[in-house]
Design a binder for this molecule. Sequence first.
Ligand code: PGA
Length: 252
Amino acid sequence: MNQKKIFAANWKLNKGPAEARQFMTAFKVLAQEFSTKCDVIFFPSAIAADAVSAQLQGSWMQWGPQNTFWQDSGAFTGENSLKMFCDLNAKWNLVGHSERRQYFGETDHDIAKKILASFDHRMNPMFCIGETKVQRLSGQTRDVLITQLSQGLSESKHFQFGRLVVAYEPVWAIGTGLVATDEQVQETHLWIRNWLNDNGWKNSLILYGGSVKPEVVPELIKRPHVDGFLVGGASLDPLIFHKLIKAGVTDI
Ligand code: PGA
């Protein structure tokens, strides 16, 4: 399958509407050169969603929320629904990020519901999985990832033809400056690919995330089963994110 590489920006708890608009004004000009070469997806804060939606109207670039609730409406104080983001033209849904699991107690069961709700709303889930340092050091990485995959996708079996993107993000590499080695990425992505193929998710893509910087992109992008990147810190500055994408598309 000749699939374009994906460069996804997870802005986390950064950029309100004004900063998001400022970023987009600069970035849209810079990114024009990539419009036929790759896919670019933004995950802004919920409060910046409207601004990002307006900025990306008619654009080749897409966006989605970082967190949503699976019900469309009701007595769920503080939550935002997928439907609300759909109405703003969101196409993606970030699910299962390790910060959601770690700080907000999200379980595999919650994640399974969020993934199912994404398919129900015809949104593409970007499903994050990853092991902690302790799990890696004790040789549990493969088991942990396969458990996360099988539980997270357990409710969505009948949606096998939806567009699923898995983001492999080792928890120990997120925001730490430590990047998984070439060998670790290749080995892990192959495990994930094999599991996806064996479980009816053949056309899914696999991204790497965790301290991705422009310098590491040219090598990693060439590896089999690396279909792009989920980028946190290095996606916050339009010049750096542009440099990172350029490092990927010129080497494809
Ligand atoms: P990072 O974050 O690039 O800042 O490590 C990646 C992520 O958490 O998605």
